[in-house]
Design a binder for this molecule. Structure first.
Ligand code: TXA
Ligand code: MG
Length: 346
């Protein structure tokens, strides 16, 4: 059984942080909370330990990891951060934004998947920050889920997916935002949004000026692999087919049930349709983001034939929610009842 240590998210005990830091320093894997999702961490300068992350997750070797730092100074040792990015980092870090920059230090190739760039992020979670400080080394960490599965927003999700392949889980309860950090590639001019997250595009533009938002960053279609190596893979998906519904959810549920299917819906407050299973995700966008991955995990537990999810406005954190929903559905999107029926028949 994997060791799970319960910690207070704001005031973790020094001895618990020291224990986890010792695991990192000795080449082990620690799952730890961030303000977005749980990460699966290893010493970023230890190639063998970092390779274990890929093995534990079943992650393809060409998909690089984010390197977590506890300060801007630590980031500046690892990457060539353009002046613009430094200015944004000064305002936004610690926080849910990751910068892709030219890599500087000799980080192992396994961490950056052999790329000349590195993704850097300083997480706004006391447990994460204290862990990096105590370990005295940057921590390479992807989300702590099996490749393709929804990211973990609770320690139990990590244990469910990775179990004994992790040495220690620091359990600080539910993570705050529930969707992964915003990623922006600042090696390009204008900078390119690779993944929307809790740090909103609106905020990013106010700090960076122009930002390119390619269609894949909205979850529309396949990504340019040269730019975004991880985005080509299946993501966040439940085993049960999921369809995004952009018309009245109650009619969509009725149409699916008429075809003899058992249906689950992800419902927004006040819009719970008469389905076989109703999974409440909340009412405002932040609540929906926070509950989204747990809801996607629940979809498989209620044993239905199909799950339907409503769309949300693509503003603020809503852009991140729609990106995740589009990917989780494998781009299955119905704007009308006819389209839904067509998707349900195949
Ligand atoms: O909120 C988060 O970012 C969480 C927590 C744990 O910090 N981490 C996370 O990591 O979501 P992961 O590995 O699940 O997603 C990182 C994404 C991947 O899609 C990867 O391809 C991309 O970042 N990435 C990493 N390094 C990159 C690079 N050098 N160039 C382009 N994309 C990169
Ligand atoms: Mg991930």
């Amino acid at each position: 059984m994997v060791k799970i240590v319960r910690v207070d998210p704001l005031n973790p005990r020094d001895e618990d942080i020291a224990e986890a830091a010792a695991v990192i320093r000795s080449g082990g894997l620690v799952a730890f909370p961030t303000e977005t999702v749980y990460g699966l961490g290893a010493d970023a300068f230890n190639a063998e330990a970092s390779a274990r992350i890929f093995k534990a997750k079943g992650r393809p070797a060409d998909n690089p990891l984010i390197v977590h730092v506890s300060s801007l100074d630590m980031a500046l040792e690892l990457g060539d951060m353009p002046e613009k990015a430094v200015e944004v980092a000064k305002k936004a870090w610690p926080g849910p934004i990751t910068f892709v920059v030219k890599k500087k230090a000799d980080l192992p190739a396994v961490v950056t998947a052999g790329r000349p760039t590195v993704a850097l992020r300083c997480p706004a979670h006391p447990v994460a920050l204290k862990l990096i400080e105590a370990a005295g080394t940057p921590i390479a960490a992807p989300s702590a889920n099996k490749a393709g599965r929804p990211s973990p927003t609770e320690a139990s999700h990590v244990a469910e997916d990775l179990g004994d392949s992790v040495d220690l889980i620091l359990d600080a309860g539910r993570t705050f935002f529930g969707v992964e950090s915003t990623i922006v590639d600042v090696t390009r001019e204008p900078p390119v949004l690779l993944r929307p997250g809790p740090f909103t595009v609106e905020e990013l533009k106010s700090l960076l000026g122009e930002v390119e938002i390619p269609p894949f960053a909205r979850g529309l279609g396949e990504a340019d692999v040269a730019l975004a190596p991880g985005m080509k893979y299946r993501h966040y998906a439940p085993e049960t087919p999921l369809i995004l519904v952009d018309f009245d959810l109650a009619s969509a549920v009725r149409a699916a049930r008429e075809l003899g299917l058992r249906v689950a819906v992800l419902c927004l407050a006040g819009r719970c349709a008469d389905a076989d299973a109703a999974i409440n995700v909340g009412s405002d966008l932040y609540e929906i983001a926070k509950n989204l991955y747990d809801a996607l995990r629940r979809v498989d537990k209620v044993k239905v034939d199909v799950a339907l999810a409503p769309t949300v406005p693509e503003r603020g954190i809503g852009l991140a929610i729609m990106n995740r929903l589009r990917k989780a559905s494998g781009f299955k999107f119905a704007a009308t009842e006819e389209e839904l029926r067509r998707l349900l028949r195949v």
